[in-house]
Design a protein around this ligand. Structure first.
Ligand SMILES: Cc1ncc(COP(=O)(O)O)c(C=O)c1O
Length: 384
């Protein structure tokens, strides 16, 4: 076994944070405080001017026709799914290797989740396996209605291939972009890759608020209108009466104010994330299998994730060196009690294997080159 280097022994390297929200706050604190003060002054804590300002800015940034700010990334999926008026007879295809919110959203909106395997290199939904699961769903008496792909760790799913399947089957295509704000594919940004996209502003996300928040992006005016209504208890334009079933999915004006300042530095931060990823790509080459990013696609680098044998031992050794890591996810959804009753009954081998091998390394815009290089050095020692 190689001797582990220690971050503490290196000048200017320790501590290494998995995600560093402190450095970011120091950069924008004055502006955030001014935004919070503005909300205190105008007093419109709900539906203040910050909401529309944020929606306009984000829609512009990602090239979407419409943006609807809401209370969480989960609601950013539930709300547009409710707009489709799903029933338990409707199959909604989701990958099994994702956060539980993706499948919860389907069930909460009244549909039936059907789990699909992932590609072993990108960790995203496998369009070939999707075709198999569509056949299985039909056999079980379900109607294929919707595909909700997930851009895991920041890498957009294979939207051209998924769209082809959806068009052939007459299904809608949604993106769970909770982890991929800032990602791109074929010159378009996450938020405009699928018919409708939900993203999350959970504090640890690449664009994270100071509390829960999310947004729906859509190219459809009709979908946008439905989402705005459902977000406010399904009310009509005057907000006088409920014309459909809805929920309270609103974002607070304080949160929108914070996010406006975070969004202003987001693309600069994304460049910094790319710098860190470049150092990892080079330094880990031959040591671990990094998540594959297909040609024409770029990651938002919410996370930097590799596959490695003997993952938990490597993780422990990295921790000894002062390198924090995380495992997303140890259990694929079809193995969780809440979802075990849903299809398929047949195995999803790539999800199972990824769950045993993935390891996410520190990733944030404020990692220095020296810190990223140290992570690579420690990783090399940990796998030897
Ligand atoms: C893939 C995925 N989908 C959905 C969500 C839900 O977002 P939120 O926690 O903001 O509700 C998350 C957040 O962690 C996520 O990672």
């Amino acid at each position: 076994m190689a001797i582990m280097p220690k971050a503490d022994d290196r000048e200017g390297v320790a501590p290494i944070a998995f995600i560093d929200l402190v450095a970011q706050q120091a950069r924008i604190r004055d502006k955030v405080e001014a935004r919070l003060t503005a909300v205190l002054d105008h007093g419109r804590y709900i539906a203040g001017p910050e909401i529309e300002e944020l929606e306009t800015l984000l829609a512009e940034q990602v090239g979407a026709e419409h943006c609807i700010a809401c209370s969480s990334g989960t609601d950013a999926l539930v709300i547009p799914m409710m707009a489709l008026e799903l029933t338990p007879k409707d199959a909604v295809f989701v990958p099994a290797f994702t956060y539980n919110a993706t499948a919860n959203a389907v069930a909460l909106a009244g549909g039936t989740p059907v789990f699909v395997d992932i590609r072993p290199d990108t960790f995203n939904m496998d369009p070939e396996d999707l075709k198999i699961r569509i056949g299985q769903a039909r056999k079980a008496g379900l109607t294929p209605r919707l595909v909700c792909a997930v851009d895991l760790f920041g890498v957009p799913a294979d939207y051209p291939a998924l769209r082809a399947v959806c068009e052939a089957e007459g299904m809608e295509l949604f993106a769970d972009g909770a982890q991929s704000f800032g990602g791109e594919q074929d010159g378009r940004r996450v938020g405009s890759l699928a018919d409708t996209t939900g993203t999350s502003f959970f504090p640890g996300k690449a664009l994270g608020g100071y509390g829960d928040g999310g947004a729906v992006f859509t190219q459809s005016g009709e979908m946008a209108e439905l989402c705005r209504s459902i977000r406010w208890h399904g009310t009509d334009e005057a907000r006088a009466e409920s014309v459909r079933v809805g929920l309270n999915g609103r974002m607070s004006s304080f949160q929108a104010g914070v996010l406006l300042e975070k969004a202003a530095i987001f693309w600069d931060e994304r460049e910094a994330r790319r710098r860190v990823a470049g150092i990892y790509d080079e330094g880990l080459d031959g040591l671990a299998q990094a998540q594959a990013i297909p040609r024409g696609t770029s990651s938002g680098y919410g996370y930097y994730t590799v596959q490695v044998d003997d993952r938990d031992a490597v993780r422990e050794r990295l921790s000894e060196a002062g390198v924090p890591t995380a495992v997303y996810y140890r259990t694929p959804l079809h193995r969780m009690k809440a979802f075990a009753r849903f299809l398929p009954e047949t195995p999803l081998p790539n999800c199972e294997r990824a769950a045993e091998r993935v390891l996410s390394l520190p990733m944030h815009p404020y990692l220095s080159d020296a810190q990223a290089e140290f992570v690579c050095e420690a990783f090399a020692a940990a796998v030897r």
